[in-house]
Design a protein around this ligand. Structure first.
Ligand code: GLC
Length: 438
């Protein structure tokens, strides 16, 4: 399909998912609210053809920021009972610093906004207009980074924790399987809505949901108090993806503050935190025995030596030296890059837990591909970068803007479609960005 035609189709998806209240849903029916990292990717897509909508997207998300700097993973702008768990379950009002004017969740998602603001600036024709916008928004993002470093870096090592698998964005990754074994949640009574829209075989199991719900019940019991959550949550993980995104966003905030001028203290703070983060991500999360970065289970004090697409994300923030980067590339190509496979499967295709259909246990996701593409490009691994980009474009072109895709070329062809939500916003948004990249 010609680029122009694909771009037009992607624009239509974004425009149709854009809501009157100034935010964009990830996908009709399945995800009827605003999601944090989705919004960031969506804003990048809009920035190429409708900067006003890109700005609105960021505005509406930041409008739900908590007074302590926390940005929630879902903002419930409207009432809608087609999603579980909704506003009544999350009960953000339990936290004294949550906003009174809007309901949100009490968990977060990867801190994409820093690098998204930089992308908006780079894409904009009218730099002055975007600088004015940035002037009003950037401190909110800075405050969010301060929140992470002051509340979620409990060992003061420059690595922040996530306390829920939904915070990682990679919801049901096999990386969490051993943590679930340390818990024994009750069988909660709830009515899942996702499986009325998408086949059960492509979604997490009910028993997995019991664990997801149980952690939120615990956080609610503590009124979402960070300190108590850090002390008691059975799930407390340092995630290479989450931390790489934080580092990459630090880098962007520093650049933007320099352009804006007069922000020396903030630049100093970000630089010192960033240095520590870069050192620790290499020292603690790089795992030479598997040739990739991996997650650290803070609660059980052990490394989780599994390889997933997040394992390569430190390339995005420039963490590895050239030798490590080379090793990452080899691991990716050898394990994930077999000829009959699209890059990049969300979980090690050689791992026993790999499942081609099930969400974050194997399928290819366009947002992770975009992050890895930027990472390999940063290290000038042109061939690998090009393959990730081409595979992403081939998938959306052949099958549509799905939420995720079967990594096997043969099985994708057999199905002749992707999985999960259709007309999925970030798949469309990042296609637009891919097609504008030189
Ligand atoms: C799923 C994904 C998550 C995403 C959300 C909305 O929960 O795992 O990463 O933000 O859907 O699209």
């Amino acid at each position: 399909m010609a680029d122009k035609f694909l771009i037009d189709k992607a624009k239509t998806v974004l425009n149709q998912n854009f809501q009157k209240k100034g935010f964009t849903i990830p996908s009709k029916n399945l995800y009827p609210f605003q999601w944090k990292w989705d919004s960031g990717f969506i804003a990048i897509g809009f920035a190429h053809f409708d900067m006003e909508k890109a700005k609105k997207e960021i505005n509406s998300l930041l409008n739900a920021q908590w007074k302590n700097g926390f940005i929630p993973h879902i903002v419930f702008h409207t009432k809608n009972d087609s999603y579980f768990p909704g506003a009544d379950f999350h009960k953000s009002s339990l936290h004294p610093q949550s906003p009174a004017h809007i309901d949100t969740s009490g968990i977060t998602q990867p801190p994409v906004l820093g690098f998204v603001l930089e992308k908006l600036y780079n894409i904009a024709d009218d730099k002055e207009d975007v600088l004015n916008f940035l002037k009003n928004q950037i401190d909110k993002v800075y405050k969010n980074h301060k929140y992470f470093y002051s509340k979620r870096d409990i060992n003061n090592e420059g690595l922040v924790y996530i306390y829920h698998n939904w915070e990682s964005g990679t919801d049901n990754s096999p990386v969490w399987d051993d943590i679930w074994k340390t818990m024994n949640p009750p069988r909660y009574k709830f009515e899942r809505k996702d499986t009325t829209h998408v086949d059960y075989s492509q979604r997490p199991t009910d028993r997995e949901y019991d664990h997801y719900i149980d952690i939120i019940e615990l956080a609610k019991k503590f009124n979402y108090d960070d300190h108590k959550i850090a002390k008691h949550s059975p799930f407390l993980v340092q995630d290479p993806l989450f931390n790489s995104i934080l580092i990459r966003s630090n880098e962007s905030l520093i650049k933007l503050y320099k352009i804006l001028g007069g922000n020396e203290e903030k630049i100093k703070y970000l630089k010192s935190k960033n240095e520590k983060s870069l050192t620790s991500i290499n020292e603690k999360l790089y795992n030479s025995s598997i040739g990739a970065y991996s997650h650290f289970d803070l609660r059980n004090k052990k490394n989780i030596p599994l390889i997933c697409s997040s394992s390569f994300s430190p390339l995005f923030c420039g963490a590895p030296d050239f030798k490590k980067a080379q090793r990452l590339k080899n691991t990716l190509v050898e394990k994930f890059g077999k000829e009959d496979y699209y890059l990049c499967s969300s979980f090690d295709p050689e791992g026993i837990q790999h499942d081609q259909k099930k969400y974050w246990r194997g399928p290819v996701w366009i947002n992770l591909n975009w992050i890895l593409y930027q990472g390999f490009k940063r290290y000038k691994f042109k061939e690998t970068a090009k393959r990730i980009k081409n595979d992403s474009l081939e998938l959306v072109d052949k099958f549509g803007f799905y939420e995720y895709f079967n990594p096997s070329k043969e099985n994708s062809k057999k199905n002749n479609k992707g999985y999960g939500g259709e007309n999925f916003s970030w798949s469309a948004a990042l296609t637009i960005d891919f097609l504008h990249e030189k």
